[in-house]
Ligand binder design. Structure first.
Ligand code: CA
Length: 221
């Protein structure tokens, strides 16, 4: 049975979700505040987190950020008011997997939950590809247009992060915390240095600089 953590302070909505989930064979747990929600999310006891943004103590974005900083990898679906969808889409950069705007129909939510859980359980991917670039997660080798390229351990982790988020802008902070750890000096230019290494090895146009935002993997070489 799938265990779903619902972090939502509005009782009416929380109970609507809880009942719906129970009726559909899920095991929901409701928490009404951000700090408690974060603690539960990090417990490793849940398969999915439904996270409201407006919470009485710390907001959902903060919960999400702290969760990802602490390497919590639980899939997250954000519940947001329809008029703040733009903010939410920005919030997705912070590590959410999906969002749904309130008010929503229960089937709509259910469809997203099922989709997300199926994605998580999908067959284990061992080769990531984008354009002519591929990364073999077992042999830890990269290949460009069929040619094998040796990467250092750090370069590999960085390349993997890009390949798992193709065409998506990744901020320096995201890359830094993912590859070097969240307590790494944020003023360090190590990300830029490693992006240069990767460009040299994988093709200079492959990783695009998005000014003021970060980097993006493209399918060009
Ligand atoms: Ca709320």
């Amino acid at each position: 049975m799938n265990r779903v953590l619902v972090v939502e302070d509005e009782e009416r909505i929380a109970s609507f979700i809880e009942k719906g989930l129970r009726a559909n064979g899920f095991a929901p747990t409701v928490v009404g505040d951000g700090a408690g929600g974060l603690q539960h999310a990090l417990s490793g006891e849940f398969d999915l987190l439904l996270l409201d943004i407006g919470l009485p103590d710390i907001d959902g974005f903060t919960v999400l950020r702290r969760l990802r900083e602490a390497r919590g990898s639980i899939p997250v679906i954000i519940l947001t008011a329809r008029d703040s969808v733009t903010d939410t889409v920005a919030g997705l950069e912070g590590g959410a997997d999906d969002y749904i705007a309130k008010p929503f129909r229960f089937e709509e939510l259910l469809a997203r939950i099922r989709l997300r859980l199926r994605t998580e359980r999908g067959p284990e991917v061992t080769v990531l590809r984008h354009g002519s670039l591929s990364l073999d997660l077992r042999t830890r080798r990269a290949s460009v247009e069929g040619r094998t390229v040796e990467l250092s351990a750090r370069e590999f982790v960085l390349a993997e992060m890009f390949l798992r988020n193709p065409d998506r802008v990744l901020s320096r902070e995201q890359l830094l915390s993912h590859v070097w750890g969240y307590d790494f000096d944020p003023s360090s230019n190590v990300v830029d240095v490693y992006v240069r290494y990767l460009r040299k090895k994988l093709g200079s146009g492959r990783i695009q600089t998005v000014r003021g935002m970060g980097y993006r993997l493209t399918s060009e070489a």
